[in-house]
Design a protein around this ligand. Structure first.
Ligand code: 13P
Length: 363
């Protein structure tokens, strides 16, 4: 998405002035406004959030919030789209910087998914194939899934949604994150080689054959998160060598071997809960975005919390929500101008809502 440059005076504002202006605009908007903040946002943003959460929690909060008329979503584009889908038409969702996308979501385009679906249909039929999209996907893919009897999932509820899918059909077609799909299916007792096949959209017939597709229970899209792909088994071995009592906890967007080598894995909310509920003095190596990891350490100084990857790995698109963009979005709203509204077209919204609501029901 294209984000035009901010008016020049915003670019000259220092951090104190920016914070003062955010505070003033936020209090002027009062109860009309809710600021939602994903856990990967930097501290200078998360401090303004009325609610913090992982992607499931933020979707649920947006769906339940009937009073506010303005949602400023400090997260990435697909999250703001989900909020728009789940809120009423007279509620407005604003993303402070439109270029805050998600490279994982961009790895599955509707046209490529449709091509794959048609090819799977010709090879083995799709009558008993249930499409599942991770919420890290564009609204038109959520609509595709809604139209074809499937559901969305997040990293918190992927297990429940895949259980549901395999009870409703014979196969699940899971996109765009291969790792979340594979890790979840392995936890369900499926074999990563015998029961799963990787669909590579860059290759003819996805790089597979009708025979392999026929046998597979889960068809995984070849997509990944570039932040979580950086974590390795070697890093875990090093953390264990340097800190004999360390507990290693990673996000399920990490590769299977990393999840297997860790002690625990789960969504951002799960990671926070585990560290928070641990005893003082405990040592944690965390495989997820570094803003969240550093915040855990700041908020819980009596534990040792560090990022598994010694070379810092921020999510560059989450980072695009800079406080100056937040100040600009809020001050525009105070002046009665809605900037950066994220609006899913009505025809897409109806089907996308089906897949999100199905997920919320299953959860
Ligand atoms: P959570 O659902 O754990 O918040 O993850 C969202 C995400 O985008 C991870 O990369």
């Amino acid at each position: 998405m294209f984000q035009p440059p901010l008016p020049p005076h915003y670019m000259r504002m220092g951090s104190d002035e920016t914070a003062e202006r955010i505070a003033r605009a936020r209090s002027a908007l009062g109860d009309r406004l809710v600021i939602l903040g994903h856990h990967y946002q930097r501290d200078e943003i998360i401090r303004w959030a009325d609610y913090r959460g992982d992607s499931l929690k933020l979707s649920q909060l947006a769906a339940a919030e009937t009073r506010a008329e303005l949602f400023v979503f400090c997260g990435v584009h697909f999250m703001a789209e989900s909020a728009d889908i789940l809120t009423r038409d007279d509620q407005v969702v604003v993303l402070p910087n439109m270029s805050a996308g998600c490279s994982l979501a961009d790895m599955a385009k509707l046209s490529d998914v449709q091509t794959a679906w048609d090819a799977i249909g010709s090879a083995v039929g799709t009558a008993r194939t249930v499409p599942i999209t991770y919420v890290n996907s564009a609204a038109n893919l959520k609509a595709f899934v809604g139209k074809h009897g499937g559901a969305c999932c997040t990293s918190t509820n992927a297990r429940k949604v895949l259980d549901w899918a395999l009870a409703a059909g014979d196969k699940a077609f899971f996109f765009p994150d291969q790792h979340l799909g594979r890790n979840t299916a392995v936890a369900m007792g499926l074999d990563p080689d015998d029961d799963m096949v990787l669909w590579d959209p860059a290759l003819p017939m996805g790089g597979t054959t009708p025979e392999v597709l026929r046998k597979a229970r889960i068809i995984l899209w070849k997509g990944h998160c570039s932040v979580h792909q950086r974590f390795t088994v070697d890093q875990i071995a090093r953390a264990r060598a340097e800190h004999p009592n360390v507990r290693v906890i990673v996000h399920p967007e990490c590769a299977l071997e990393v999840v297997m080598a860790a002690d625990l894995y789960g969504s951002t909310e799960y990671i926070i809960t585990q560290v928070r509920n641990a005893e003082p003095g405990s040592v944690w190596a965390v495989g997820t975005e570094v803003n969240l990891v550093n915040r855990l350490q700041t908020e819980m100084p009596d534990r040792t919390v560090f990022c598994l990857d010694p070379i810092v790995c921020p999510c560059s698109t989450m980072y695009r929500i800079h406080p100056r963009y937040l100040a600009w979005a809020l001050e525009s709203l105070v002046e009665g101008r809605i900037v950066n509204r994220v609006r899913v077209p009505d025809d897409v919204k109806a089907d996308a809502r089906i897949s999100l609501n199905r997920m919320l029901e299953i959860t």
